[in-house]
Ligand binder design. Structure first.
Ligand SMILES: Cc1cc2nc3c(=O)[nH]c(=O)nc-3n(C[C@H](O)[C@H](O)[C@H](O)COP(=O)(O)OP(=O)(O)OC[C@H]3O[C@@H](n4cnc5c(N)ncnc54)[C@H](O)[C@@H]3O)c2cc1C
Length: 446
């Protein structure tokens, strides 16, 4: 019997790869080191009633699920960089925003038509819709108020596509691995992979932490942007490009008290709006009712939830060749990603923008004026980049196959080669499904 393809990691990107392979009849098993942390396992933690009633309690409730590399590191050492080990990965914790990267963000590796095809497939697998919140009165009024201001600057505002749907006006169902794999028959085995066994460029098996080995016809490492290079390093696969030119999103966060005229009453559907990046304003902004990582200050402690919205702006950081993630032989990880002048100019412009937009909608809630989350918290990308040739700047070919291997693929936002402003999971999933198609074509040709 043919050995299965082993997908290492059960987050949303591992799940879309497994689904794609299973749909083609390819035997596939997901190996996941983390425990189940939701009920049912692999479903989104946020689908619990208590978080619908009290969204601001969500961030604190999941804080213990984030394992930081070094919270005491200086800013350039990315004190916010963290991973989550769980059935479903960070995809049982995420906010499910799935914008498509703008044309100017997509780089040159994948043709525009192919990008569109795979983004469509990824949207379908992740259950992404862009009209879920159309009935939100706040959404309509905020858009109406901001649109003239934005259009005058060549920008737009529209609903933020999201992986999920409304169960009723007050209840969002957040999509996670459990939804992506429903009906596929794919199993998630509890197993921590110590190393991938590669001999003369061919992967034959993986070795687990308990010393057992599992045969594999191919391996797809989908262990997240940080654990993927760590596992490669442990497996003796250490291309010089690994951990180089990485990028991430400094996140500017604030919470607003909306003008009363913008509100739609206590039963209003929460808004979820998106101001896409443009070449002139190349950061990604969302106005939504999400969750509040910082406590408010007096006199703004008791504000009715329907008057509150958060504003979040993600600023891309350039893929500078000297941005590094270094993995030591003892497994310790160190980041060095200083913000350069261009990055800082972009961040200052995003801050000015939030001030302008907030002024048009109401005022900041006391204690929740714009602030940068710990750097590295959001969306580390480019730790194991894709590229067209093995020129020392990339770890995989343009289909995610590790250079000089036959059957070892990477599926993670870590392969995204260029700096992106939008939340990256959808783009990472699209590239991963494309890699799965290449793996299937390769397997079918044997
Ligand atoms: C609070 C929060 C909100 C977010 N919101 C958004 C958002 O709105 N939009 C967006 O695009 N992104 C968002 N993200 C980021 C998003 O969650 C990640 O991009 C996404 O989960 C990455 O998916 P993945 O499958 O590559 O990896 P992960 O979800 O990180 O899963 C990787 C899995 O691999 C497992 N693993 C690692 N090493 C091994 C090993 N050796 N053996 C076995 N298993 C292993 C880990 O235990 C983990 O479960 C958010 C993240 C957080 C924390």
């Amino acid at each position: 019997m043919t050995s299965p393809v082993m997908v290492i990691g059960s987050g949303p990107i591992g799940a879309v790869v497994a689904r794609r392979l299973a749909e083609d009849g390819c035997p596939v098993t997901i190996l996941e080191a983390g425990p189940p942390i939701s009920d049912p396992p692999g479903h989104h933690v946020r689908n619990q009633d208590r978080f619908h009633r009290d969204p601001d309690s969500y961030f604190e409730a999941i804080a213990s699920r984030l394992r930081y590399f070094d919270e005491a590191a200086p800013a350039r050492g990315l004190p916010g960089a963290s991973v989550s080990a769980a059935v479903g990965g960070q995809g049982v914790l995420w906010t499910n925003n799935c914008p498509r990267p703008a044309l100017f963000e997509r780089g040159e590796l994948v043709a525009a038509g192919e990008w569109d095809h795979y983004l469509d497939v990824a949207q379908r697998y992740l259950g992404v819709a862009a009209d879920t919140f159309a009935g939100s009165v706040r959404q309509q009024r905020i858009s109406h108020r901001l649109r003239p201001l934005l259009v005058a600057a060549g920008r737009e505002i529209r609903e933020q596509p999201m992986a999920g749907h409304l169960v009723d006006p007050a209840t969002i169902h957040y999509v996670a691995t459990g939804d992506i794999l429903a009906g596929t028959g794919v199993r998630i085995e509890h197993a921590a992979v110590r190393r991938v066994i590669v001999d003369r460029g061919r992967v034959s098996a993986v070795e687990l932490d308990d010393g057992t080995t599992l045969d594999a016809s191919a391996v797809v490492v989908a262990a997240g942007a940080l654990d993927t290079p760590i596992l490669l390093h442990r497996s003796g696969i250490r291309p010089q490009a690994m951990g180089k030119r990485l990028t991430y999103h400094p996140v500017l966060y604030s919470q607003l008290v909306l003008d009363r005229q913008l509100c739609g009453g206590a039963d209003d559907v929460p808004p979820r709006l998106w101001i896409p990046p443009t070449p002139a304003a190349p950061w990604n902004t969302m106005i939504l009712r999400d969750t509040n990582p910082v406590p408010p200050s007096p006199p703004d402690i008791d504000i009715p939830s329907d008057r509150l919205v958060e504003m979040q702006s993600f600023c891309p950081v350039d893929n500078h060749p000297e941005n590094t993630m270094t993995i030591g032989d003892d497994g310790t990880v160190r980041f060095d990603v200083p913000l350069r002048e261009a990055d800082q100019v972009r961040m200052a412009a995003a801050l000015a923008d939030q001030n302008t937009l907030a002024g048009a909608l109401g005022r900041f809630r006391s204690g929740l004026e714009p602030q940068w989350m710990a750097l590295g918290f959001a969306h580390v990308m480019g730790t194991c980049r894709m590229g067209r040739s093995d020129d020392g700047t990339c770890v995989t070919d343009e289909f995610g196959r590790v250079w000089n291997t036959d059957n070892l693929y990477l599926a993670t936002v870590g392969v995204i080669p260029n700096s992106l402003a939008v939340n990256p999971t959808l783009a990472g999933a699209a590239l991963a499904i494309r890699s799965a198609d290449r793996l299937l074509a390769q397997q079918n040709s044997y």
